[in-house]
Structure formats: C-alpha cells, structure tokens
Design a protein around this ligand. Structure first.
Ligand code: NAD
Ligand code: MG
Length: 387
C-alpha cells in the first residue's frame, strides 16, 4: 500500500489521479488532498478516497470545508501555511498538480519529505529546475514526470545511456489554431483558445497549448528534467497526439512512446513505477488509426518556442521570468485586456529585458520569487505604457 498526498486534487490532473486511486483503493492510503475554490469537489473527493486531511488554499473557505466534512473524521485545514505544512508530511508518493507558480514552493517541500515526487506542475521545473533537482537529490527523492511528453521521454530512455542520446523530439498537437491565419488568431477569444482538439485539461494549460506556450514550457522542462542541452531538443507538430514524444539515439534509432490522449497513462506510470498498471486507458487499434502526421512548427505564428530558447540561453532566473510573464499575460488575456497574439509579444519583451539582471542564478525560492514579481510588474507596466 502506498501512502499518497494529492496537491491540486480538484483539478484536471488531480481528478485523473483520484480516478486511478479509485480503481484500486487497496493500493493507496490517502493522506491529504488539496484544492482552492471548489469546496464541494474537494470535500467529496476527500470522502470518496478516505483522505485523512483536506486543505483549501483559501483561508476564508475553511468554515465551508469544515461544514462539508462534519462527522467524517477528515481534518479540514486552510491557507498557504497549511498547504506547506501538509506538503512536509512524509508520504510514499506526492502528486504535485497545482497549476502555476504557486506549485513551485509546494513541490520543493514535497521533494524534501516524499519518497517519490510525481510532478505535473511544469512551472516547478521551468522556474526552479536546478533547485528542485538538487532538493530531490539531497533528500533521495525520486522525481517522476507526469506531463505526457516527459513521461514518454522517460519511458523511451529506460535502460539507455544519456550519453547516447542525439536528440529529443517533443510532439505538439498544434492546438485549436494549427491552421488559423494570423488575423484569425489575433481576434481569438479565451473560449476559442481553451477549446483543445485532443486533450481535456485545465483552462490555463489549454490556452497555453493554443499559443504553444505550453510546448515552450515543455522544452525548458525537458532541459531541466533530463539535463539535456537545449540544442538537442526539437519540437514537431503531430496533430493526432498519439506519439507522445521520442528519443533519437546516436545510431539513428528513434524510440517513441504511443498511446491515446489520456493523462491517466502518464499518471499511472508515475504512481506505480517500477510496475505498470491498468489505469483505464483505452487501447490503440492500429487497424483503424488513419494516418499519423508530422510537420514543422510555424515560428512566425507560434513564436513561443523561440522565446523559450532565448530564456534558456540566458539561464538562471530567466525561466522564472519567462513563466511569470506568460502567466501574467494569460491573466490579462482572460480579462480581455490584451489580445491573443499580444501574449507572445509581452513575454518576448520581458525575457529580453531580463538581461538587465546579469547572471542571476535561480538558486533559492527567494531569488525566484523576486524574479517572478519583477516579471509580472514588467508586463503590467508594458500594458500601462501601451494605453
Ligand atoms: P487545473 O486548473 O485543472 O487544476 C489546478 C489545481 O490547482 C486545482 O486543484 C486548483 O484548486 C489548484 N490551485 C489553483 N491555484 C492554486 C493556488 N494558488 N494554491 C493552491 N492550489 C491552487 O489545472 P491542471 O490542468 O490539472 O494542471 C495542473 C498542472 O499540471 C499544471 O502545472 C499543468 O501545466 C500541468 N499539466 C496538466 C496537464 C493536464 O492534462 N491538465 C497535462 C500536463 C501537465
Ligand atoms: Mg504536455
């Protein structure tokens, strides 16, 4: 039996994780589940999988949560401090599936105290990759990617030598605007941008997929997770989302990992490693699969990946600046204050301005938080100045 805590349990990855726990309840002893605003779902989830503790990040919702958990024996907690406190409770597996920068500090705490960190929160690696890896190494914590592409790479690297890797090929669906013109993209609404053709995910990552900022984040995530130089990482459009990513070796061989577009595959792999389990993923039927297509990324319509490359070239806190500028401009887009294509423009200008910091290392939570704040303020200033 594995003792598990699920951070971001009410979200898309969180609920998929819960579904895997429910398939085989005797395999898991659930310590804690966390959420934010959706108290009904948080309380229901805690009851469904017999969690000991439920935590909402929102302090003003504690009474609501307590009321929903009355008579169950499940302890209700709230606020950032409680989330950090619970992240420090030792478990066998911690699932880090909070969305955004808020996830980094939690992942670091989980890394210090968990045996295995199942990492969905890609922001943790983009903003503090080296710090997170060091923290895991120091504590002897195993770090498993839950992003489908990185789980695919992890699986394709099984038993191989990193020194034999020639390139990593990340696949990208291309999102809802793969065939849209720049004019159409310019007028895109948040609702259109969140309408992903293949994957069912949270709203923020879905819009990041439409702008390809999600793939740009994943390029940085790959570099940080596998310690691979950025010039060995390629991105290819693959609209069917069947090949989840590939590793190319120095003899020309390519090892690809395939499956339906269902996050339960990557989550189940991280939760059950070194074993495999049936996580309820449909089986591919090759006889009825039509064609698998691959094409190059159009950098003029999707500049996000080249912006990520300039952040990686700068190194240090540039990843945190990149992520914060992306998060801040996404907020502005969701509030209808900027247009879809403005997001890339804002992030590019902010990353370019990072050079003013010099060579600042992302070596502590404090330094990373300062860079995050500076970047958000920079984007807000850009918008003010453009008025
Ligand atoms: P989501 O928006 O569906 O869920 C986010 C979760 O985080 C919810 O439980 C929410 O209550 C919680 N949360 C939000 N803000 C919080 C805060 N400030 N403090 C504490 N908790 C907070 O997001 P998601 O799509 O499940 O994505 C979660 C993470 O996994 C993201 O980093 C995303 O990039 C990554 N990811 C998601 C998918 C996917 O299929 N959805 C795939 C790969 C990677
Ligand atoms: Mg992904």
């Amino acid at each position: 039996m594995r003792r598990i805590s699920i951070f971001g349990a009410t979200g898309s990855v969180g609920q998929n994780t819960v579904s895997i726990v429910k398939r085989n309840p005797s395999a898991f002893d659930v310590h804690a589940v966390t959420g934010a605003l959706n108290i009904e779902l948080l309380a229901q989830t805690a009851k469904d999988i017999n969690a000991k503790i439920a935590v909402t990040s929102e302090s003003n919702l504690l009474n609501h949560l307590k009321e929903r958990l009355k008579g169950t024996g499940i302890s209700a907690k709230s606020g950032r401090h409680s989330m950090l406190e619970v992240a420090a409770n030792p478990v066998d597996v911690s699932m880090s599936a909070v969305v955004g920068f808020a996830g980094l500090e939690l992942s670091l705490e989980m890394a210090k105290h968990g045996q295995t960190l199942a990492l969905a929160n890609k922001e943790s690696l983009v903003c503090g990759g080296a710090l997170l890896r060091e923290t895991c190494d120091r504590a002897g914590t195993k770090l498993f990617p839950v992003d489908s592409e990185h789980s695919a790479i992890f699986q394709a690297l099984n038993g191989e030598k990193l020194s034999d890797v020639e390139r990593i090929i990340l696949t990208a669906s291309g999102g809802p605007f793969l065939h849209s013109s720049l004019a159409e993209m310019s007028d895109a609404t948040p609702k259109q941008a969140a309408d992903h053709p293949n994957w069912s995910m949270g709203k923020r990552i879905s819009i990041d997929s439409a702008s390809m900022f999600n793939k740009a984040m994943e390029v940085i995530e790959t570099k940080e997770l596998f310690n691979i130089p950025s010039d060995k990482i390629e991105v290819i459009i693959h609209p069917q989302s069947i090949v989840h990513s590939m590793v190319g070796y120095k003899d020309g061989a390519i090892i690809a990992q395939m499956g339906p577009a269902d996050m339960c595959g990557a989550i189940g792999y991280a939760l059950y490693w070194p074993n495999r389990t049936d996580a309820g993923v449909e089986r591919l039927d090759f006889a009825t699969l039509s064609n698998l297509e691959f094409s190059a990324v159009d950098n003029s319509r999707f500049p996000a990946i080249s912006i990520a490359h300039s952040a990686m070239k700068q190194g240090g806190i540039a990843g945190a600046v990149f992520n914060a500028a992306k998060e801040q401009s996404l907020d502005l887009f969701l509030e209808n204050k900027i247009k879809f294509l403005d997001m890339a423009d804002m992030v590019a200008k902010t990353v370019q301005a990072t050079a003013a910091f010099g060579n600042c290392e992302a070596s502590s939570m404090d330094k990373i938080s300062k860079a995050d704040k500076w970047s958000r303020d920079f984007v807000l200033n850009l918008v003010e100045m453009s008025k």
